[in-house]
Design a protein around this ligand. Structure first.
Ligand SMILES: *Cc1c(COP(=O)(O)O)cnc(C)c1O
Length: 243
């Protein structure tokens, strides 16, 4: 049964779940001596109604993540919540203009072509668009993201764009055949991205602060590896019917 909001849960249940996610982040931080305030909890509201965004804002979360441009644009038009909107799903060049106009940050930038389109769109809009570079740090054949080997050239191109601001990197860990293998993939993927960031930040003299890594299934591993943004949907809103 759904409530009037179109969501399967009410705000109190959402708050309990968000508290639990925060506690998990806190535990992972305590184990390695990080401050929980260094890790932002991004509420992934894809496939959820606009009420999901209101819940996130009311709980005090900074931002929501959407994986499709059109869905995000429509939801944002229905929402009065004071949150930032981040695009976390694959972006095609022909939607770059819409993304630059309606999102506060794009996390899924994975090609020079897309950089060119976003920079031109941001220039026309008279804004600076914050971005993350999505890297396929787990070498997953099924995932989007630039190859690790191509990351330096992609970063160099991004840093040269007058209307883009590069905040850091994003990745998605590949699933394994077993839970143990999935965990190993996550550890390797997140460690690869962390190392890449540290190397490139030193080489290019750029802060590149953000490491967007970790979702419902692997957020503690990600926090242990240095994640600054965990993107969480299922643990907050429950299972999605479709993606
Ligand atoms: C859907 C999605 C998430 C959230 O996944 P959950 O497992 O539901 O937490 C995170 N990142 C990206 C890029 C997604 O598409």
């Amino acid at each position: 049964m759904t409530t009037a909001s179109g969501l399967l849960i009410d705000f109190e249940e959402f708050a309990r779940r968000a508290d639990k996610v925060r506690a998990a982040i806190g535990e992972a931080c305590a184990e390695i001596g990080r401050m929980p305030s260094e890790v932002d909890l991004l509420a992934v509201t894809k496939t959820q109604p606009a009420a999901a965004v209101e819940f996130a804002a009311r709980y005090g979360l900074r931002a929501v993540g959407e994986n499709r441009v059109q869905e995000g644009v429509e939801k944002r038009a229905q929402s009065t919540a004071k949150v930032m909107w981040e695009l976390i799903g694959h972006l095609q060049s022909n939607k770059a203009r819409q993304a630059a106009e309606h999102f506060d940050r794009v996390q899924s930038v994975d090609s020079v072509k897309l950089l060119n389109h976003l920079d031109r769109a941001a220039a026309e809009l008279g804004r600076t668009l914050p971005i993350l570079l999505q890297i396929n740090a787990g070498n997953d054949p099924a995932k989007f993201g630039a190859d690790l080997a191509d990351a330096p050239a992609l970063l160099e191109a991004a840093l040269g764009k007058a209307h883009l601001r590069v905040d850091g990197f994003m990745t998605i860990a590949p699933l394994g055949a077993t839970p143990t293998e999935t965990e190993e993939h996550a550890r390797r993927t997140f460690s690869n991205l962390r190392t890449l960031r540290d190397d490139l930040a030193a080489r290019f003299g750029a802060p590149l602060r953000e490491l967007s890594m970790g979702m419902t299934g692997d957020l503690k591993i990600a926090v242990a590896a240095g994640s600054t943004i965990v993107r969480v949907g299922t643990a907050l809103y429950g299972q999605r019917s479709a993606t």
